[in-house]
Design a protein around this ligand. Structure first.
Ligand code: ATP
Ligand code: MG
Length: 437
């Protein structure tokens, strides 16, 4: 992609309306624009990152055995009325009346809808376990939308649902999702801590939030100090293994949300306990029969008896993750994307667009990297050199290649690693070997 034809409306000054770093950086890097309070347009650079995160989440859900589907954003309010749950979400629910005076709502979550789909199609125990997910926009009319995409009203969520024959089977499914979450956040370059949490309006008997530590986080947890430095090794397991030991190993370390923490019964000594700020990026729930019972979601067992299924629901805040990752990955010059989700792998800067050697060298590198499948953003604009370098730092691509008139004469360019700041002068040939392999 060429900067000259890319829509990248970066800002020089810090926008006043943004009160935390990730929000400021997303606006400055031209990733998104507010449409109304808590509702955003995703501009090309922001959308690329959102899609990258979405794809990693999707791959890990598929690997764990979930089926992707897509439910609508608008649901009939009837599904909620019938089950007396219309008011659980209170004023966070955006209600709509269509031209036929039917009450509709913009879904804040999809438990009722998925249970309705399940009960219409699955009638035998032989079809269990049943595991489905979708990645869809949600709407919650938050009282105080703030911090940009972190607490917005419209946001992208991956929500997965499961149906099992009994509690024991549902626990196995829960553990698979637990594991899939650890793997997903690992791939995103984040250290996520599973935390004992309140279930909120979704309800259910057991649940864990996955949080990442961040000074600007809205949430607070109490957690055993050594959790912070613990690495959980995940590459040795297979989804068909008994995952209970790995889950137990995570959960034996104490971590609880502020509301769940009980100082009197806490098993951890005060000097080994810390109270720390964080961002909730995911939440897994074992729901039991909270939704299946009232909806009559039952299957016929081998002995002919009908049994109400046990459910689970599992969310990841995909759009919140964009902000959360920036909170975790930045320096004084801007964003520092982890390789897996960077919008482009390389930023290629032509410092002097009118210089023949510079032009030829830049175009040569660009063509070769593109044909090798490397995603490159090439700055071929007429901006000042200083501005070009500052914008490249701001948008945080993992590698920068700077082509200057002096170096281009001898086919020498500068390569810089955005994360370490380490830079070297190397030949064009060497650039290609390093970045293409
Ligand atoms: P919170 O406590 O932050 O309000 P929640 O517990 O109500 O979130 P869940 O119902 O567990 O949220 O939704 C699953 C995930 O969706 C959350 O873990 C979070 O990452 C994301 N999410 C929830 N609300 C928002 C929001 N207003 N803006 C962006 N992401 C959100
Ligand atoms: Mg939650």
């Amino acid at each position: 992609m060429r900067v000259s034809s890319y829509f990248l409306p970066t800002l020089k000054n810090t926008p006043r309306e943004a009160d935390i770093l990730s929000h400021r950086l997303m606006l400055r890097a031209g990733m998104m624009q507010q449409s109304s309070a808590g509702i955003y347009s995703w501009l090309p650079l922001g959308l690329k990152v959102l899609k990258r995160i979405e794809q990693i989440v999707r791959e890990e859900q598929n690997a764990a055995g979930w089926n992707e589907m897509l439910m609508p954003t608008i649901q009939p309010a009837e599904l909620w009325y019938k089950n007396n749950c219309y008011n659980d979400y209170g004023r966070e629910m955006l209600c709509i009346t269509d031209r036929h005076k039917h009450n509709m709502l913009y879904g804040p979550t999809n438990e009722w809808q998925i249970t309705d789909i399940f009960r219409n199609h699955v009638h035998s125990y032989k079809k269990l376990p049943n595991r489905l997910y979708h990645i869809q926009w949600k709407f919650r009319d938050e009282v105080r939308p703030r911090f940009g995409v972190m607490r917005s009203r419209e946001f992208l969520m991956k929500d997965a649902y499961s149906f099992d024959i009994d509690k024991e089977a549902a626990k196995i499914t829960y553990n698979r999702q637990f594991m899939a979450y650890l793997r997903t956040f690992n791939r995103l370059g984040l250290k996520a801590i599973p935390v004992n949490a309140d279930s909120g309006p979704i309800g259910g008997e057991m649940n864990h939030e996955f949080v990442i530590l961040a000074d600007n986080g809205e949430s607070e947890i109490f957690c055993q100090k050594d959790w912070i430095d613990t690495e959980v090794t995940l590459d040795k397991f297979d989804y068909n293994d008994n995952l209970q030991p790995i889950v137990d190993c995570c959960l034996k370390r104490y971590a609880a949300t502020k509301t769940k923490h009980d100082p009197i019964n806490c098993p951890i000594e005060a000097d080994n306990l810390i109270n720390i700020r964080c961002i909730e990026v995911g939440h897994v729930f074992y729901l039991g029969t909270k939704y299946s019972e009232p909806m009559g979601a039952k299957v016929t067992c081998a002995d002919g008896r009908k049994k109400v299924v046990h459910m689970g629901s599992y969310g990841i805040g995909i759009s919140r993750l964009v902000g959360a990752i920036i909170e975790a990955c930045n320096d004084k010059n801007g964003i520092v994307w982890p390789e897996e989700i960077a919008p482009f792998h390389v930023g290629l800067i032509n410092l002097s667009v009118d210089d023949t050697n510079c032009h030829a060298t830049t175009e040569d590198i660009y063509a070769k990297l593109c044909s090798a499948g490397v995603e490159v953003l090439m700055d071929d604009s007429y901006y000042r050199s200083g501005a070009k370098l500052a914008i490249m730092d701001l948008i945080g691509l993992p590698w920068q290649i700077v082509v200057s008139p002096r170096g281009a004469v001898n086919k020498i360019v500068e390569i810089k690693n955005r994360k370490t700041g380490k830079h070297e002068e190397i030949s064009v040939e060497e650039v290609l070997t390093r970045l293409v392999g």
